[in-house]
Design a protein around this ligand. Sequence first.
Ligand SMILES: N[C@@H](CCC(=O)N[C@@H](CS)C(=O)NCC(=O)O)C(=O)O
Length: 216
Amino acid sequence: MPLPVLVIGNKNYSSWSMRPWLALRTAGIPFEERPVSLYRPEGKAEILRVSPTGKVPVLIEGEAMTFESLAICERAAEIAPAAGLWPADPAARSHARSISCEMHAGFVALRTLLPCNLRARGRRELTADAAADLARVTTIWCETRERYGRGGDFLFGRFGIADAMFAPVVTRLRSWGIPFDPSARAYAEAVLDSPPFREWEAAALAEAERVAAYEP
Ligand SMILES: N[C@@H](CCC(=O)N[C@@H](CS)C(=O)NCC(=O)O)C(=O)O
């Protein structure tokens, strides 16, 4: 049986690719990754060949295809139920799904102002809308850690899908010089220190392609 193939964009820039990659790695699911450049014409053509949305990430398992980052995370949880990508407790799991969907669907002002660029170390001022997004993200992190995270360093104790969904927010804040609220600093540092994230980051930093629009 061939391994699942995860088609991803540039690791330095593709926050949506990072999320399911972290989930698959955390769950110990063997997979091949197929990187495509988001910024070269041949990359776009390749994405269009495998992705009905024209976007990455996409997970290919034989005839089956899963697109949309959160759907791929769900698929990872299905492939490896023992990995605990979702919390076992139903109330915690409902909360994990809710905040993961909230991340997937929202925080547009924050994401637009602070593009994903793991390598960057710049400074940006928050707009009012981005500040409101960040306030909500901080509340999510703190309330979730308080209610469900006592068993470990992550939102629900161990690293799971909710952490994978929020990991790019941590890196965007770091890249653009936005200080972490003291109440959220330990959580952010735990994400940056987690082995799957460090593996992704090392590969991102080794990439040569530069996109001027996302550089400081
Ligand atoms: N909602 C999608 C968003 C995917 C997305 O926007 N991917 C970007 C890369 S991070 C992309 O493929 N962009 C290429 C394009 O829009 O041409 C998901 O969650 O997977």
